[in-house]
Design a protein around this ligand. Structure first.
Ligand code: ADP
Ligand code: MG
Length: 224
């Protein structure tokens, strides 16, 4: 379970261009839950996802993964925690251009020094339809294939949490459709917490719950 208490993030604090990106955000996400976060551009969605993923620190408030407060962890244990517990999927894929699909997918397992079962690798590759693309470089793939590769990479260490920031934002509608389907199929199979920041309203149907944010705060029912 993820618990967020009164999270506030201020960029350029004390300066003329100060921005309250998050204001006192509190929420709870249960194990195995899929949650869609929606809101206008600039509303604070990516900031919230970065905080949840331990990629940036809030100015105040706490985030707990079960009993562990990740906002209290120093950088080194935090990076270990991220590696072992969180998978990330970004709008622009963030694959390593010099590495093959196979090496990109395996990279988090290698970095975490984790034993990787061939069976699990093969089944991920099969489900993401990348079997005949494993020796390709990212530049030789379509956008949809690159994002499926990024999803395999996010899942390779069997993380408790998968965080996605606009995962279909760069894709044509057919590829977006495939990515949505496979993301939720894998979530149902492996049951990580799945948090998806998106503009794509289709996700609200697929996810267990939708959280809307506006101007850095969670809004109640009915807000746009
Ligand atoms: P969203 O993902 O919903 O579009 P963001 O979380 O990226 O919104 O941004 C929320 C607000 O914080 C926006 O006003 C944005 O301009 C500002 N912001 C985001 N990142 C930074 C940054 N690194 N430095 C300064 N301001 C930022
Ligand atoms: Mg964003």
């Amino acid at each position: 379970m993820i618990t967020v208490n009164d999270l506030t993030k201020i960029y350029n604090k004390g300066k003329k261009n100060e921005v309250y990106a998050l204001r006192d955000v509190s929420l709870r996400i249960e194990d195995g839950e899929s949650v869609c976060i929606m809101g206008k551009s600039g509303s604070g969605k990516s900031t919230l996802l970065h905080m949840l993923g331990g990629l940036d620190k809030p100015d105040s408030g706490q985030i707990f993964f079960d009993e562990q407060e990740i906002t209290a962890l120093p950088e080194t244990p935090l990076s270990v925690f991220r590696r072992e517990n969180i998978g990330y999927v970004f709008q622009s894929y963030h694959l390593i251009p010099e590495l093959t699909v196979r090496a990109n997918i395996k990279l988090p397992a290698f970095l975490a020094d984790k034993e990787l079962s061939d069976w699990y690798f093969d089944s991920l590759v099969e489900q993401l339809d990348l079997k005949d693309r494993l020796s390709h470089l990212p530049s030789q793939l379509s956008g949809g294939q690159q994002q499926r590769c990024a999803i395999a990479r996010a899942l390779i260490n069997r993380p408790k949490v998968i965080l996605c920031d606009e995962p279909t934002g760069n894709l044509d509608s057919a590829s977006a459709e495939t990515v949505k389907k496979v993301l939720f199929a894998l979530q149902k199979l492996y049951r990580p917490i799945l948090v998806i920041v998106t503009h794509d309203a289709d996700f609200t149907v697929l996810a267990d719950r939708t959280i809307r944010i506006a101007d850095g705060a969670i809004c109640e029912e009915g807000c746009t």
